[in-house]
Ligand binder design. Structure first.
Ligand SMILES: [Zn+2]
Length: 358
């Protein structure tokens, strides 16, 4: 086996616990935390105190996508038309998306009911983009930077996050993992085995800056455009991604996999290749560090991926670290899932990314 190989796995908690810099816009100021999945809307609508305004609550969804807001309010029995923040506690974004998916599968084909659910699925993604990437655009995380500075050339990062915090952090330290990720995005003919010894970033659920042109007549139709400035390893800013460089059109969508739509992984060859590269990397891994990842039950591809370790003979001595405030709590479902997937293995844990980084 070729020396020590570390893989850092980033879940939503890595973004939630991040310490982001620089704070440039007022949007950065009023929203310095990324929302959690569990209290997504509550976290998103809550605004911080700044020099010019007191802390408050703004239902951005009700202001921009009224019909979507109304549908969630009815299904989750939210009172006061959604204008009381506490009513949104516990409304989980993944459960909302699952509800829409189930609704569109269960209602009669072509019915108004099905149309409503399909619209809701479309609108929720339209709402998340560009709102979510704008919150963290061009920001890196001070804690992740410490973690990434410790990486060796053949170490890798698997991210489940759509946001670009890890990307910008890698750019900040001029990491070879980002350069290799950039080359991967430009490669039209990927052989997953060729990446086994190459440390890189993989974004397993897609990314807010992987733009796909929706113009059927464009040469770039349905192709992911790599988010780097030409001939450099500098990431493009969010507003530089809004126009197709080929046809000049503005009909672009980010390539992201909603948590409930795992089937999109095997239908999309680029995403599938990323998962196959991830599996190659697990063949040589000696250390796994999970930051803010909770093995959600809908993520069955992820469970498949990490159970691969049980097929490797040398896989017995892998060091596993879990950074998650819920891990270790009595009766916590997260602890249970980790202990089931990594049965018989020793797991070390940290409560926060800050603790782990120091
Ligand atoms: Zn185009």
């Amino acid at each position: 086996m070729a020396g020590q190989r570390k893989i850092i796995i980033l879940g939503a908690g890595a973004s939630i616990g991040s310490k982001r810099y620089p704070i440039k816009s007022s949007l950065n100021e009023v929203r310095n935390r990324m929302p959690s999945a569990d209290n997504f809307f509550y976290d998103l609508f809550k605004t911080n105190k700044t020099d010019n305004r007191s802390s408050g609550f703004l239902n951005f969804l009700g202001l921009t996508y009224e019909s979507l807001n109304d549908l969630i309010i009815r299904a989750w029995s939210i009172n006061e038309n959604g204008f009381n923040p506490n009513e949104w506690i516990g409304v989980n974004i993944e459960e909302v998306m699952t509800f829409f998916e189930a609704g569109s599968n269960m209602s009669p084909s072509g019915s108004n009911e099905q149309k409503m659910y399909k619209k809701a699925q479309e609108y929720i993604l339209d709402f998340l983009y560009p709102f979510m990437p704008m919150i963290s655009d061009e920001q890196h995380c001070e804690y992740l930077m410490k973690v990434f500075l410790d990486l060796e050339r053949a170490d890798s990062i698997f991210s489940y996050n759509w946001d670009t915090i890890a990307d910008y952090t890698l750019e900040k330290i001029k990491s070879s993992q980002l350069r290799n990720y950039s080359k991967l995005l430009k490669n039209d003919n990927i052989d997953p085995k060729a990446y086994r010894n190459q440390g890189l970033l993989l974004k397993l659920h897609g990314s807010f800056n992987w733009m796909v042109c929706q113009n059927t007549k464009c040469e770039c139709y349905n192709k992911i455009r790599d988010p780097f400035r030409k001939n450099t390893y500098k990431l493009l800013k969010i507003h530089e991604l809004w126009k197709c460089t080929n046809c000049g059109g503005l009909k672009l969508k980010p390539q992201i996999i909603p948590p409930v739509s795992n089937k999109m992984i095997h239908q999309n060859s680029f995403l599938k290749n990323q998962w196959l590269i991830a599996r190659e990397k697990l063949l040589d891994v000696t250390e796994l560090v999970f930051i803010g990842y909770s093995f959600p039950q809908t993520d069955y591809y992820s469970e498949w991926l990490f159970r691969q370790l049980n097929f490797i003979e040398e896989g017995a001595d892998i060091k596993i670290t879990v950074v998650n405030p819920e891990f270790g709590k009595r009766g916590s479902p997260i602890t249970k899932r980790y202990k089931t997937i990594f049965k018989g293995r020793k797991i070390e844990s940290f409560k926060t990314l800050k603790d782990y980084a120091s």
